[in-house]
Design a protein around this ligand. Sequence first.
Ligand code: HEC
Length: 145
Amino acid sequence: MKYLFLMLIASTSLAAAQNGKALYTSNCASCHQATGKGIPAAFPPLAGHFPAILAADGRKYTINVVLYGLNGSIKVNGKTYNGAMPGLAQLSDGDLAAILNEVSISWKNALPDGQKPYTADEIKAEHAAKKTPEQVHDLRPAALK
Ligand code: HEC
């Protein structure tokens, strides 16, 4: 009986790791919206913008944003956002990879040429190097305006 219970838990977390859309809905959509368009002046868009972060060499930055949050003024498509995003370091490496992969390919977003989907191992390395939301802001590619 005890083993059955453990197996149930194991299979549930495996299913969650594979379900980027559900994870996005429960962890990101309240701010960035189901459409990925965000809310003007409050929550920046991910639709039509996330690939630009990746193309600007911001892959490590994106991992740190979801892990540790973000605090500091940013500009997206010429509009300023000066909010604070909470981190989600309590999620597993697999779940965070699934969310980032979902955001990479949703709403007509696509991975830039030559970039592969995020892996749990890639998240793990950043998960071990804790940062403040301000330190994450320092990682934002300067090319993003
Ligand atoms: C409570 C609201 C909230 C939640 C939940 C949230 N975010 Fe954010 N997010 C923000 C805010 C606000 C900013 C901008 C912070 C700033 O101005 O410093 C932001 C910034 C970002 C950025 C950086 C954009 C850029 O151009 O630098 C990314 C990427 C991002 N969020 C992805 C996500 C993902 C993926 C999730 C779910 C795992 C998520 N966010 C959950 C509010 C939120």
